[in-house]
Design a protein around this ligand. Structure first.
Ligand code: 5AD
Length: 349
């Protein structure tokens, strides 16, 4: 790796705007050299907001009775996913809470049919599922799996992500297992969790390189009122000079540093970043290391219920409006939508 942990931490603490410009430029150069100017488009379908977990940060946590729960039908999933095809995107991402109502065979059938009909790459983001299900979906044709490890600090992880009864979670083992099954694997962290130190965030970024991830998406923590952390708990755990702030700026630093330590990985400009910076969040992300956009294709009627944090961007816009807007942004940056499935390119740069 080209930056060590100490250097990463120093960059995370950097406040001088001239120095930060250097960081953005460095990340942009590495991005261009390693993955080029293409911006890969993923169509995101949030297929269910049921969740068995009680994560301290997430509005979909099982204890939140204020959120109406939905699970899209197979027909609804097919029709939303097909929009990705009609826009010429290379990949559809099926995301949900950790919903055991999404049964192995049921989803395998949806994946098989979709792959047969469109040939698009399929990415799953469904939380910690068992080995049989993960193997079954892979056999059905799923290409990639996203599972953020959220933080590499074990104590903090356990505190914000309580284990299910009798089952400790080890997301690092699960990521390795996904890789063995032949999935391209993606991960990422929350930035600015209460109790997250600069040192710990630097360690997270080192882990991205160590795990040799194909995709990395991280975003600032945004408090949700119906969660433990959303009630302001925990922000006094660390001395202020050690606590990572949950700001867009910190999000960009993590993005840029991730590009530098994982040159060939696919890095999205995440929704949390565009939510915190509605002005030019996307443009800035694309100029500071990102080469992937996830465009929301969830039916508009369901989107308000997939509220992992409040005021998620893209709540009210039809894909038919979003896509021309995004194309204009890409054109202005002299970038172009990627062709093909947009998997990780090995052996470049
Ligand atoms: N703020 C920002 N990101 C969040 N996530 C969940 N809750 C929040 C929040 N309050 C992220 C987690 C999860 C991903 C799907 O969404 O990192 O892995």
């Amino acid at each position: 790796m080209n930056l060590n942990k100490q250097e990463i931490e120093t960059w995370l603490r950097e406040t001088n705007s001239d120095r930060l410009s250097e960081l953005w430029q460095m990340a942009d150069r590495v991005r261009r050299r390693s993955v080029g100017d293409a911006v890969h488009m993923r169509g995101l379908v949030e297929i269910s907001n049921h969740c068995r977990r009680r994560c301290g940060y997430c509005g979909l946590q099982a204890g939140n009775s204020r959120v109406p729960r939905y699970r899209m039908s197979a027909i609804e999933i097919r029709s939303s996913a097909a929009e990705a095809f009609s826009y010429g995107f290379g990949t559809v991402v099926l995301q949900a809470g950790e919903d055991t109502g999404i049964e192995g065979e049921w989803l395998a059938d949806i994946i098989r049919t979709f792959k047969r009909e469109t040939g698009l790459a399929v990415t799953l983001s469904l939380g910690e599922r068992n080995e049989e299900e993960l193997a079954l979906w892979r056999e059905a044709g799923a290409d990639r799996y996203l599972l953020r490890f959220e933080t590499s600090n074990r104590d903090l992880f356990r505190a914000v992500h309580p284990p299910l009864k009798g089952a400790a979670s080890n997301r690092f083992d699960l990521l390795r297992h996904l890789r063995e099954l032949g999935y391209e694997t993606g991960s990422g962290v929350l930035i600015g969790l209460p109790g997250q130190s600069y040192n710990s965030l630097a360690e997270d970024i080192c882990m991205f390189a160590e795990l040799d991830l194909d995709m990395v998406g991280s975003g600032p923590f945004i408090p949700h009122p119906d969660t433990l952390l959303g009630r302001g708990l925990g922000f006094d755990l660390l001395p202020p000079e050690e606590q990572v702030p949950n700001t867009a700026l910190m999000g960009y630093k993590v993005l840029a540093l991730t590009r530098i330590v994982c040159p060939e990985a696919n890095l999205p400009c995440t929704t949390a970043l565009t939510t915190l910076n509605t002005n030019d969040g996307l443009e800035s992300g694309l100029m500071r290391g990102a080469n992937v956009i996830m465009m929301n294709l969830t039916p508009l009627t369901l989107r308000p219920f997939y509220e992992i944090y409040p005021e998620k961007s893209c709540f009210t816009e039809e894909p038919a409006e979003t896509w021309p807007r995004l194309k204009n942004i890409l054109e202005a940056l002299e970038r172009s939508p990627g062709r093909g499935p947009g998997g990780r390119k090995h052996g470049l740069g």
